[in-house]
Design a protein around this ligand. Structure first.
Ligand SMILES: C[S@@+](CC[C@H](N)C(=O)[O-])C[C@H]1O[C@@H](n2cnc3c(N)ncnc32)[C@H](O)[C@@H]1O
Length: 291
């Protein structure tokens, strides 16, 4: 199913590729940098699931979608698609003003939906029918019923949920794009901190990143597998058709074998030839002493 919201860096275009590679032996799924949750909403539910993000407005929105979908939709019913309202709300959310949770969630959802490319800062000047989102909000609420929603920094979250049977999916702010998430203050040094946390893990991890020399170098380590891939670049596509964005998948287990397992167990792709092609096309750029 789809997420109820778009989000900067959302993994809509890569979600099939990511689900294909998720470790199937782990029954605890933890999405560390949740954002729009495109992978969580797309994957089959696990026995135990956690959604986390360090952005408090985003996490409040998730909790209201899960626990109060009717009240949230009621609050959203009379929103105006207006530049004046957009800037008023943006400013209000930045002040320390006390706003009840459901109203705060409605405000935040409104600026996600009405900003340019969901970047939250610029009014998008696009027609938007808020009522069309209501069925999607109810579906998301149902899907989230047994999902734990956390608002922690990644290091703390990992220390709480790390077990041998946990699979962490991580989609951090991309190298040199940290500024897109100004509310949480991810820094260049945090890429190294994340790598240090992941190297100490008892469980399994799958990490998606932008393909750049700094990240390749950071993860060229024993027991780590790195694959390169591409996805369509949604924003650039408006100006240049077929524009691709190079990405990396980094894991501490063999994602190639997971791919084969997915195909055999759940028959993910209908056509056998499509499956074989998809697996053959994979470009493994680093793999040394895998388990
Ligand atoms: C690339 S986005 C994730 C997109 C998501 N995978 C999706 O499909 O929509 C990265 C997310 O990391 C969150 N974030 C940034 N710093 C964080 C931190 N220290 N701990 C946890 N989350 C953080 C941001 O708020 C942002 O939502």
């Amino acid at each position: 199913m789809n997420s109820f919201m778009s989000w900067v860096g959302g993994k809509k275009a890569l979600r099939d590729a990511i689900c294909l590679r998720l470790n199937k032996n782990c029954d605890r799924y933890v999405e560390v940098f949740g954002g729009g949750g495109w992978v969580l909403f797309h994957k089959n539910p696990s026995k135990f699931e956690v959604y986390n993000d360090f952005n408090p407005n985003l996490v409040n929105l998730y909790r209201c979608v899960r626990d109060h979908p009717a009240e949230l939709c009621e609050e959203l019913k009379y929103t105006l698609n207006s530049r004046v309202d957009f800037h008023f709300i943006r400013k209000t959310l930045k002040t320390k003003t006390e706003i009840p949770d459901i109203k705060r969630a409605a405000y935040f959802y409104q600026i996600i939906r009405q900003s340019y490319a969901s970047r939250l800062d610029t009014y998008g000047v696009l027609p938007h029918d808020m009522w069309r989102n209501f069925p999607v909000i109810y579906q998301a609420s149902k899907r989230l019923q047994s999902v734990v929603v956390e608002n922690l920094d990644f290091e703390k979250l990992v220390s709480i949920y790390d077990r041998p049977n946990t699979i962490f999916y991580l989609d951090p702010p991309y190298y040199t794009s940290e500024r897109y998430y100004e509310d949480v203050g991810f820094t260049t040094e945090d890429h190294q901190r994340l790598c240090d946390v992941l190297m100490r893990l008892k469980g399994r991890f799958l990490l998606s990143y932008n393909d750049c020399p700094e990240i390749r170098q950071l993860y060229c380590k024993t027991g780590i597998m790195i694959e390169s891939t591409t996805r369509l670049n949604n924003i650039a596509l408006k100006y240049e058709s077929g524009s691709q964005y190079p990405e990396l998948f980094i894991s501490n287990y063999n994602t190639y074998e997971e791919g084969l397992l997915s195909v055999r167990q759940i028959n993910l792709f209908e056509d056998e030839k499509d499956t074989e092609r998809l697996l053959k096309e994979r470009k493994i750029i680093w793999k040394e002493t895998m388990n």
